[in-house]
Design a protein around this ligand. Structure first.
Ligand code: DC
Length: 206
């Protein structure tokens, strides 16, 4: 029972994936965190995220880095998006994600290419979308709650730049799998979005 949850940044896919994991009693992997750790490690090494060699070297980041709260920052998201264009980085992170997806009993994974590359056989695939305005507003509130100084305009510009990079990259670009169901959360509160996602997964498994 693999559930693949893909979509652009701040679409609500992380919240939905976590809630699906709790509801269906499955382990959950936020695959964006792996790319964020690579991006952060490149920065710690003083390397260049746009250089494939520097980015590949950073894939051997220590597991403890996954606990670093700095990974949740916009800066780490931007670095993650930049290192994620390198095919060697995607290859280096593949086995870990694939092993998680295929563990006995199933799993929920969220990211950009779970339904297309990591677990194309997943019987339940959701593609979560929301308008740029809705996503920027959500991210803004999140950043404010974390005490991070960033404006709504900066967040919207950053979201659009990351969307473009994630969609236009040659390797495993952000796109819905042909058999994915799209859920637009622009006008849905958190609970309504989760309920809608659970109903879609129930339908996929029916
Ligand atoms: O989901 P997120 O915002 O934490 O992801 C950060 C970046 O990592 C995203 O802009 C692109 C990259 N990413 C990816 O290429 N493939 C994934 N499965 C997950 C994330």
């Amino acid at each position: 029972m693999i559930i693949a949850v893909d979509g652009p940044t701040a679409s609500g896919k992380g919240t939905i994936a976590k809630a699906l994991a709790a509801h269906f009693n499955l382990p959950h992997l936020d695959t964006g965190l792996l790319y964020r750790a690579v991006g952060r490690q490149v920065a710690l090494d003083g390397g260049n995220p746009d250089d494939a060699g520097d980015a590949l070297a950073a894939c051997s980041f220590p597991d403890s880095l996954l606990e670093d709260p700095e990974l949740r920052s916009e800066a780490s998201g931007g670095l993650a998006s930049r290192v994620s264009v390198h095919p060697a980085v995607r290859q280096a992170l593949y086995d870990r994600q694939r092993a998680f997806a295929t563990q006995a009993g199933g799993a929920v994974l969220d990211g950009r290419d779970i339904g297309t590359v990591i677990a194309p056989e997943a019987p339940a695939k959701l593609f979560i979308v929301a308008s740029v305005d809705a996503r920027a507003q959500r991210r803004f509130l999140e950043m404010q709650a974390q005490g991070r100084a960033i404006t709504l305009e900066e967040i919207a510009a950053d979201l659009e730049a990351r969307d473009r990079r994630d969609r236009e990259r040659a390797e495993a670009p952000l796109r819905a799998a042909d058999d994915a169901v799209t859920l637009d959360t622009s006008d849905l509160g958190k609970d309504a979005a989760i309920a809608a996602a659970i109903a879609l997964v129930d339908k996929a498994f029916a």
